[in-house]
Ligand binder design. Structure first.
Ligand code: HPA
Length: 275
């Protein structure tokens, strides 16, 4: 079966299960998943029930699509995301973004936990991602192109929507939330970078580094979905400060910053609907 037809089958399955079609997609990073608790009229669909949908092999990982409302905006939230380091191909791990497109999603908000490279950053900082560097050296558009989705050679000069960035900044202003801005580089993972790799990332202009977000951004941009991404700096990257990394530390700092991020994302969703 052609890729397009698989995506269509998945999207048709989902639209039969929900009352209203989502207009905004949300992909949340480690320790940042509490948005789902605020949603109303929720329909929860396990990934494994959706034809052709990828399923994480990691035991204990939530794997649900949650479709419901925050205010008047109908959201499609991925409870559990897919990572390149799990062994998914770039095309597989961005499959949900293609499904979002056929369901009518026009805007996407992505969050993540990542390491800070910019020396003015601190753990717990939130960073609006203004651009990316694809140092995963792979992307979801490689392979056959179906023009029904997008162009063979898509522009990537505005991977993050300037309009949504402005909206996010005004929302932060209203809530007195401080934020940084910067460029996010993707490292394949799952190991945290070496100090020499971080020196390279710093020299090529990255402010932060993490193991996600870039594939979803590339797919969304190609599909004409406007994207906003907010990173939570959970630690300073290797060698920027001494000390070893641990996933527990990443989750702890992400959870501490989570309330601020959640409040911010909620305000963005509500004001986006008004604008
Ligand atoms: N590097 C890569 N990914 C990460 C980091 C990091 O330092 N912290 C959280 N995710």
């Amino acid at each position: 079966m052609e890729f397009y037809d698989k995506v269509k089958t998945s999207a048709d399955f989902i639209s039969e299960r929900v009352k209203e079609r989502p207009s905004m997609g949300i992909i949340l990073g480690s320790g940042l998943g509490e948005l789902v608790e605020l949603m109303e009229d929720k329909e929860i669909i396990p990934y494994r029930d959706i034809p052709y949908f990828p399923v994480s092999k990691v035991e204990g990982h939530a794997g649900n699509l949650v479709i419901g409302r925050v205010g008047t905006e109908v959201l499609m939230v991925m409870q559990g995301r897919f990572h390149y380091y799990e062994g998914f191909s770039m095309r597989e791990l961005t499959y949900p973004v293609f499904v979002m497109k056929l369901l009518g999603v026009e805007k996407l908000i992505v969050t993540n936990a990542c390491g800070g490279i910019n020396r003015s950053f601190h753990p717990g900082d939130l960073m609006l991602i203004t651009d990316f560097i694809n140092t995963a050296w792979d992307n979801p558009l490689i392979g056959d192109n179906d023009e029904r989705f997008g162009l063979r050679f898509p522009d990537m000069s505005e991977p993050y929507s300037r309009e949504l960035i402005e909206l996010a900044k005004s929302a932060a202003g209203r809530l007195s939330i401080e934020y940084k801005e910067g460029v996010y580089a993707m490292h394949q993972g799952p190991y945290y970078e070496t100090a020499a790799e971080i020196r390279m990332y710093e020299r090529i202009g990255a402010d932060a580094v993490g193991m996600s977000t870039v594939p979803e951004t590339i797919a969304a941009s190609y599909l004409g979905i406007k994207t906003l991404a907010i990173a939570c700096i959970t630690n300073m990257a290797t060698g920027i400060r001494t000390g070893k990394h641990s996933h527990e530390e990443v989750l702890r700092i992400a959870a501490e910053a989570g309330d601020r991020l959640l409040e911010w994302v909620k305000e963005i969703i509500v004001s986006e609907k008004r604008s």
